[in-house]
Write a protein that binds this ligand. Sequence first.
Ligand code: HEM
Length: 401
Amino acid sequence: MLSQKTIDIVKSSVPVLAARGTEITKHFYKRMFKNNPELLNIFNHTNQQQGRQQTALANSLYAAAQYIDQLDAIVPAVKQICHKHVSLGIKKEHYSIVGENLLAAMKEVLGDAATDDFLYAWEEAYWVIAKVFIDMEEELYKKAESQPGGWRDFKPFVVAEKVKESSVITSFYLKPKAGGPVPPYLPGQYITVRVKVTDDTYLSNRQYSLSDAPGKGYFRISVKREAEPNKPQGKVSNYLHDHIQVGDEIEISAPAGDFFLKVQDSTPVVFISGGVGLTPMMSMLNTIAKENAERSVAFIHAARNEEVHAFKKDVEELVERLPNASKLFCYDQPIEPENADITGHITKDVLKDYVKDGADYYICGPALFMKAMVTNLTELGIPAEKIHYEFFGPAIKFDQI
Ligand code: HEM
């Protein structure tokens, strides 16, 4: 239980910390990686370079501090982060390392402004927040372990099949190296792939959505190759494309993530994806086909053109087969315009035909695409709780776009 004095100090210092928050977190990361370089095996170096991780951590800590006396309010946001942490194998003891370096970073950046009272209050508050994370993560780990074939942290899998889905997207079918069952998961969840990219000193971790329905005896991820070879975002994806072949081994974490289709619901669903953001939607659509074939479903997908468009045939076949399914393919630079259902962008005018009573909307794609889709749907009167979306990479703000 925090004292009122601690609560007051922490709350009143939030504006100061928010103003210098990124400075503190940048210093914190530099410090922590110097003292504990082994953590570079866990953190995404590309996100670090872009400052996205620093911003995400700073935002979430200050948001949590603001709600230090009513932590229930931040549970949904914490849950999303915990799923990400669990998929990266974050452990209880890591919180001591983070806490120690964060407190020291506050002191070093703020100087005399960081009084003993201030540092004491923040240390207390950090551990209250950290405990919320640690407890929730332990619950998620236990749940993952208890599944048939389930595990904690990372487990070796073997590539059973590699299938080209478009000029830029390739699927990898993964099976446990030691045999045994593949655990169930919720359509929309992701796994972390951990590899050592040629010549790198540290391991690289990346999350990929599972792109097929659960219960088929394998995990499938569908990975986009980055067109510009030197673009840091494509480091692991391009490595998988170029170096990982059938029979090769990669380590993966158990499925995680709180962006998923509620399979048992019967509400109409509208999937809206941009580019490789269609991967979780493929898992959701395939699950509906398998388990709830009568459900009303619309699959709206935006791609640059028909060459980069993955799973075109699969979606067409499913739409043909399912009694209440439709699709809309939108290309902004089609090679042959007649190959698109519509050309240009998915506008509010396009989406108004998909406004249905009680429908749930699932969106995945580049951040700007998602922002546009969420804005369109909101302007069409869709309530926020019916709009579900997931960021690639760190979610920058608690209240997001
Ligand atoms: C991701 C907050 C503790 C490692 C994140 C994200 C947030 C966050 C907001 C971004 C989530 C997203 O992707 O949307 C926090 C807070 C912590 C904490 C508030 C303490 C209370 C830790 C600890 C570790 C850790 C102890 C391990 C040393 C990571 C890693 C990522 C991450 C590796 C993935 C992002 C990347 O690699 O770029 N955390 N975190 N975090 N966190 Fe934490």
